[in-house]
Write a protein that binds this ligand. Structure first.
Ligand code: IMP
Length: 185
């Protein structure tokens, strides 16, 4: 099964998740720079991306789109997470939250699959908090996201620990459950 993304970190995590399962699939990384449409829905962005990826790939493929939703910022950056990460980055986000007591946030993942006929999507979410200080490890928002029931940021965890609980894990589990059960398809 092909996975399209420009981000090898996503693939590394997904690949680790699927390879430790007994009943599973093999995932191949297809590096693609897919356009992000402007929309306030993560689902719409993911569905549009999988259509672009299928057009190029011409066989079944899935993509994943993520967003960090910060409560004190009215769910910003949400669908704009990629842009915000590239522009103000983690330091900029901590600055925006400098005087905020409410540190609640959630990380959402949407996996969208398409094989030319079937079109399915799966969501995963984990709640957590934005710390006051930056931890200098991990990719993307991992240095500034502390998942619930933990004192460490995602960045401070090893891959296997993050993979047990992440937003990505929840979406991958739902996707595999559907994909590996022919009666559901
Ligand atoms: P994308 O648009 O799906 O690529 O993701 C939006 C932003 O979230 C990008 O800046 C990614 O680097 C970041 N991101 C997605 N998933 C994770 C994660 O698991 N940890 C840290 N950052 C992530």
């Amino acid at each position: 099964m092909d996975f399209a993304s420009s981000n090898i970190n996503k693939y590394n995590e997904i690949n680790d998740m699927v390879s430790v399962r007994r009943n599973s699939i093999k995932v191949t990384f297809k590096k693609m720079e897919l356009k992000e449409i402007q929309s306030d829905s993560l689902l719409e962005v993911a569905e549009n991306k999988v259509l672009q990826a299928f057009k190029i790939n011409q066989k079944e493929i899935f993509v994943e789109d993520d967003g960090l939703f910060i409560e004190a910022l009215n769910d910003f950056p949400g669908v704009y997470s990629s842009y915000v990460s590239k522009t103000i980055g983690n330091v900029g986000i901590l600055d925006l939250l400098a005087n905020k007591v409410n540190r609640n946030a959630s990380f959402k993942s949407i996996i969208a699959f398409h094989d030319g006929h079937k079109f399915k999507s799966f969501t995963g979410e984990i709640k957590g908090k934005i710390p006051f200080e930056l931890t200098n490890v991990g990719w993307g928002f991992d240095p500034i996201f502390v998942p619930e029931n933990s004192d460490l940021t995602f960045g401070q965890m090893d891959l296997k620990t993050k993979n047990k609980i992440s937003h990505r894990r929840a979406a991958v589990d739902k996707f595999l459950k559907w994909y590996l059960n022919p009666r559901q398809k």
